[in-house]
Design a protein around this ligand. Structure first.
Ligand code: UGA
Length: 308
């Protein structure tokens, strides 16, 4: 039986990955600090299903406070301080602590433990405003402090692979959505605002685009990365559903059969204008490709909202 560690196990993507690993009959240890960046009860709800499984063990702790890490085959490192727009100013310290220092601690812990793979959850924000489609071959130039910390952690993965032979794969996710999406993200905020007849704030003019990626596709990418023979690499995980913020709002209006009330506010610092993943390398080397189109994924999201 494979043993897996999932950091950030109570989060949006982490909780789906835990369920996927448990379904595959694996032994899963989850670490989560239950930070209050968004209400911790949402994280408890994310984990409710997994906690019923005897093969799941939860460790509630900050990675930096853990002295001994469990012996495992696979490490999935999803813990981190998310949010592109909130990473300026004094709060940058939390991004450094959670995204850089915690990653270094984990790599130190496993540098001589003979794990089969460490899969690191990186972000399209490492690219900044790179030309489209964004390719792993381009030199990453983040434009947000958050992006800088995600890129720094990718570099840490590389150097622990190079110096200590820790097999690490970094997956660069492009705006992930689906059931349990974080409440600070656009699809969650827009859906709630439409349903509650509250006003949506569009940052900038709404023409900015995102290559939205459905959460199940991201989970599958993690499985393929863990199973692959590669010992190092960075891979784009983009859904192939690039639409603008205004188009996203129209799709949600149609699905919810209600009109949105929008206002345009200042463009946020650190927000890139457009994203689109070149996924050729991921298709060739990890045999991954996205399966969910945006309309189908949004329908699943809206269906999930109605069960709450
Ligand atoms: C998302 C995640 O939040 C990051 O953690 C992740 O690393 C990143 O994707 C990524 O792909 O690398 P973002 O693309 O900003 O970041 O995702 P959303 O928060 O869902 O925003 C999508 C778009 O909607 C952005 O252009 C944003 O400006 C816009 N938006 C968001 C608004 O116009 N209004 C809002 O209230 C929220």
């Amino acid at each position: 039986m494979v043993r897996a560690l999932v950091t950030g196990c109570a989060g949006f993507i982490g909780s789906h990955l835990v369920e996927r690993l448990l379904r595959a009959g694996q032994d899963v240890i989850g670490i989560d600090r239950f930070t209050d960046y968004y209400p911790p009860y949402l994280k408890e709800r994310n984990l409710a299903q997994a906690l019923k499984d005897p093969n799941f063990k939860l460790v509630k702790a900050d990675i930096l406070d853990i002295d001994e890490f469990p012996a495992v085959d696979w490490v999935f490192h999803l813990a981190g301080q998310p949010g592109v727009r909130a990473s300026w100013g004094k709060d940058f310290q939390y991004y450094v602590h959670d995204n850089v220092e915690a990653t270094q601690k984990l790599l130190e812990a496993y540098k001589s433990a003979h794990i089969t793979k460490l899969v690191y959850s990186s972000s399209s924000s490492v690219y900044g405003d790179a030309p489209l489609p964004m390719s792993e071959d381009s030199v990453p130039l983040p434009i947000s402090p958050y992006g800088v910390t995600k890129l720094a952690a990718e570099h840490l993965c590389y150097l622990y692979c190079r110096n200590y032979s820790v097999p690490t794969i970094s997956l660069r996710y492009f705006t992930v959505y689906g059931p349990r999406q974080r409440p600070d993200m656009a699809i969650h905020k827009f859906t709630q605002s439409i349903l509650k007849k509250e006003r949506i704030s569009i940052y900038g003019d709404g023409t900015q685009t995102r290559d939205f990626t459905f959460v199940d596709d991201v989970v599958e990418a993690n499985m393929l990365a863990a199973e692959s023979d590669m010992t190092w690499g960075c891979f784009n995980i983009g859904g192939g559903s690039r639409i603008s913020v205004e188009q996203l709002i129209s799709l949600l209006e149609n699905l919810l059969d209600q009109e949105a009330n929008v206002q345009y506010v200042e463009k946020q610092r650190g927000d890139v204008q457009d994203t689109l993943a070149d996924t050729q390398k991921t298709q060739n080397l990890l045999r991954w490709q996205p399966r969910s189109q945006i309309e189908e994924g949004l329908q699943k999201y809206v269906d999930w909202i109605s069960t709450l």
